[in-house]
Design a protein around this ligand. Structure first.
Ligand code: F3S
Length: 78
């Protein structure tokens, strides 16, 4: 399984990830990327059919802001 999340602190809104993986990544009003699947919580499993796109996005991100894990990312609780 794969889960992904964008580190919005380091994303420079370059726009590459949405081009590589338009079904996974979109941008907020400031151009900062987020994961469409789960509002950037990293808790929704990425479909296997999107793994190639995900790999392309990870490799193409100039700031290594796209994180991928094999289990869900922890949701931060206020
Ligand atoms: Fe940001 Fe990297 Fe995408 S800098 S817009 S997460 S390719």
């Amino acid at each position: 399984s794969k889960y992904t999340v964008v580190d919005q602190e380091t994303c420079i809104a370059c726009g590459a990830c949405g081009a590589a993986a338009p079904e996974i990544f979109d941008y907020n009003d400031e151009g900062v990327a987020f994961v469409i699947l789960d509002e950037n919580e990293g808790t929704a499993e990425v479909a296997e059919g999107l793994f190639d796109d995900l790999d392309d996005a990870v490799e193409g991100c100039p700031t290594d802001s796209i994180k991928v894990e094999t289990s869900p990312f922890k949701v931060l609780v206020d």
